[in-house]
Design a binder for this molecule. Structure first.
Ligand SMILES: Nc1ncnc2c1ncn2[C@@H]1O[C@H](COP(=O)(O)OP(=O)(O)O)[C@@H](O)[C@H]1O
Ligand SMILES: [Mg+2]
Length: 282
């Protein structure tokens, strides 16, 4: 069984692409066969890792081809990391979202395609930070939703309003599209003490708004330079910051905690992929 995760927020810059890349990198290192799908028009995830074997097609073909099995022909690129494959965003004409709007089942095609896919343990779908057909398509495709939130009062309001409304957009509109639990992931925590009050308020707001469908994860991602460094070096962040001194958990510990919280069956799994190569060169 493939687990499909939609990484979504109705706001840009909350860490969707960063989280997709690094969670994918950690899962792949743990031996999971991972497919990343760049479901954003701005192709940030597409250029995150080095691509060893580029495919000729990508997101546009995956979404627009009618047959969910044939949709996969020639759309999967291979990154330089074992177990980590990628569907690039390739909407050069900027027509995909309009096509999705004007096609009756346009927002459901991605869901059908990922559900017809075999050979992967986890699929992570990145998405645009606006309420748009591609956000809806990602929300509909996921078994659950992972939604990064920056820890500020404004962000909490935006999360409660924007994200939950985006979910409500879908409820009742799509007969075969219900949405699983929405996990809020607090990202970019400067000081744990300050974020505690924020998280408590967020939990209460989210719970009230969503009748328990939203859960705020215990794992929080600290604000550290490792995330930007990892992006610059095209590496999963656990290789860039395997350990860290002081009270803040390292990026490797953080990503591992996130995996353990979201994928309970992987708790006893150990990192299987050779990683010293990359860390030594760093
Ligand atoms: N935990 C973090 N600590 C420091 N910088 C971060 C963190 N998470 C994300 N960033 C930075 O914030 C910016 C926006 O992140 P990104 O993942 O592109 O957001 P989104 O995809 O939601 O628009 C990037 O420059 C990224 O490196
Ligand atoms: Mg992004």
């Amino acid at each position: 069984m493939t687990i499909i995760v939609a990484v979504c927020s109705s706001k840009g810059g909350t860490g969707k692409t960063t989280t997709t890349a690094n969670l994918g990198g950690m899962l792949a290192a743990l031996g999971e066969r991972v497919l990343l799908i760049d479901g954003d028009i701005q192709p940030g995830l597409s250029s995150y890792f080095k691509i060893d074997e580029p495919a000729e097609a990508g997101l546009v073909e995956l979404v627009t081809r009618r047959d969910p099995t044939e949709a996969w022909d020639g759309v999967i690129s291979r990154t330089s990391f074992p177990n980590l494959d990628l569907v690039v965003s390739n909407d050069r004409q900027g027509e995909l979202q309009r096509w999705m709007e004007s096609t009756p089942d346009g927002r459901i095609r991605l869901r059908r395609a990922v559900r017809a896919l075999s050979g992967y343990d986890v699929v992570l779908i990145d998405s645009p930070g606006t309420r748009s057909p591609l956000l809806h398509a990602a929300l509909l495709a996921g078994d659950f939703v992972l939604s990064p939130i920056m820890p500020s009062r404004l962000a909490a309001q935006e999360f409660a309003r924007g994200m939950i409304e985006a979910v409500e957009d879908i409820d009742g509109v799509f007969r075969d599209g219900s949405i699983g639990t929405l996990y809020g992931l607090v990202n970019g925590v400067e000081r744990t003490a300050d974020s505690a009050a924020f998280v408590a308020a967020l939990r209460e707001a989210a719970f009230t708004r969503s009748q328990g469908r939203v859960r705020i994860l215990n794992t929080q991602i600290p604000h550290t330079v490792a995330y930007a460094n990892a992006a610059t070096r095209a590496l999963p962040v656990h290789l860039v910051e395997p350990v860290r001194r002081g009270p803040t958990p390292s990026a490797a510990e953080t990503m591992r905690a996130l995996v353990d919280e979201l994928f309970e069956h992987l708790r006893d799994r150990e990192i299987v992929m050779a990683t010293d190569e990359e860390t030594r060169h760093g």
